[in-house]
Design a protein. Sequence first.
Length: 491
Amino acid sequence: MNKEPDAATNGYDDVNVDEEAAPMIVVEEKRRVGLAESPKTHHQGGVGSSSKSSSVSKGVLEGPKPKDIINIIQSEYGHELSYPQAWESREYAVNEVRGIPEKSYGKIPKYLYMLQQANPGTYTNYEVDCDGRFKYLFISFGQSIRRFYKSIRKVIVVDGTFLKSKYKGVMLVATAVDGNSNLYPIAFGVANSEIDSSWEWFLKQLKILIADDRDLAFVSDRHSSISISLGKIYPLASHGICIHHLIGNVITFHHGRGVADMVAKASKAYRVTEFERLFKNICNISPAIGDYLQDANVEKWARYHFPGYRYDINTNNPAESINSALRTPREYPIIPLLDSIREMLTCWFYERRVKSAKQKDPLTVEVEKKISRRIEKGKTFKAYPITRNRLQVKANGVNFVVDLEQRTCSCGKFGIGKLPCRHAIRGAYAIGRCIYPYADDVYTTATWRSLYEETINPIGVPEEEWRVPEVVESAKVLPPETRRQPGRRRK
Ligand SMILES: [Zn+2]
């Protein structure tokens, strides 16, 4: 792709200066990424009970549900099975393959110790209640934390998802997004239930690794446990709301399908006037939705108002994609679940190491595509230098002021996205400058490669050969109390 400065601009041809269609496309890309990146190979895990089936591949069949078992027994044997009987028989078969869930908890201390040995700098922790029953655990790979400070946008998406194993519980995930728009997991947790104390404990562990900072931003759904805990543990960082959750609520609870597009547009507005115009329209159409959005705190969901260093990350839902990659392992006992997460990361790191090594352009694959779209859209704009670094760029009759030194444009996009907007690109080319130096370092191929330099390693020895210190060997973790009666489970 040619991004050398081209000849002077000409013409005032009509060019649509509306927002690029990209943000909504990005959502779809992220969703696909999350699914497409689940490992396709089936490795033998070598980790306790997970060794028999620890794949997170979409190709893994989930097996019949209790209702299916009832139907199979009915049609093939003419025998009536009750739901509890069908459920028990399924549980029995699943345990045969993945290990007994109760026993999995007891292996937590040893597994975490061995995982740390295989992955230097990895931080893990767990906690039990006064009866020795499992409460929470936390894993963050040293490989990701070492790169987080140097090479990635300081926006962390936090989300929780319910587990479907016998003991239920919840998986907590903190993830960033790399310069190629791929998920970059920072930390995983498992908790007994998704209550305030679980999030508080998880975020306290995270804070051991990632300090509170005004330049740091968190994005989450409106789950109050997360908001409350973030306010307590990370008072300096900004806290935004994931726009998908907000729009979902607008559609579901406020019957606002008609205004959902407008809410999405308002959330993405780069200029205050644009935001205010859209927000006024929303309030006129539905005062109830207007009130709801006000209650949700404008600065938490609108890009223009968001105080943090947020780049363009509010238009997707990365944590949800991790959840979909781990859909099947969510049914596993705890150790196979943890090793599926490790396996997913091993695979992502490998694939991206290979992909980034192949990239010849200065910026990542996705960012080069974005730049190409912007070059195309800005082709007919006309640029007039004001000073050595400032230019007026005329786009479809609308004037924008680009400051290459400050890396800003009056459209707002250059400053927020840290990547030249179409006006800045047009301006830079008009005065014979290359645009690459104006892209933030996180978007460069060199930075992208550095994120995946290290490998995420499996525990290299079978469980019988794990050697752990006495204090780890003697640590006991009992399963949590089950909160349901066998056979009464609804999936
Ligand atoms: Zn611009």
